[in-house]
Design a protein. Structure first.
Length: 120
């Protein structure tokens, strides 16, 4: 495939994934524009995590996404409760109220952080 077709395919796939994340998880403050900015820059630019802040219920999930920086990305919980899949960015809130700081690190060691608040 040529370069333009690859870029269009990547853009369409990203739009579908982002819209799916919004509908499935209900994550608030999902910054779709940040994802698109990272794509329009060819995947370069500063590392951005999205959503930057979200509120969800205990025992539910939210998907965090990364753009910019240098893939691959690794997600982690830096403080607070809950678990996150390092590759997919799927965060699982624990069974009690609280908050967590979610971090994504790119291949060059650049870091971006977000907050997850989980309520009963």
């Amino acid at each position: 495939m040529n370069s333009v077709a690859n870029k269009v395919r990547k853009l369409v796939l990203t739009v579908v994934v982002c819209i799916s994340v919004l509908f499935v998880t209900g994550c608030e403050n999902f910054l779709f524009s940040d994802i698109m900015d990272g794509l329009s820059a060819g995947g370069s630019g500063p590392l951005v995590i999205s959503p930057i802040s979200t509120t969800l219920l205990v025992n539910t999930t939210c998907v965090f996404a990364a753009s910019g920086g240098t893939p691959p990305y690794a997600f982690s919980v830096q403080s607070g409760g809950g678990l996150i899949d390092a590759d997919s960015g799927i965060f699982s809130a624990p069974g009690f109220p609280g908050s967590a700081v979610i971090q994504v690190r790119d291949d060059q060691g650049e870091i971006s952080e977000a907050e997850a608040i989980y309520l009963e």
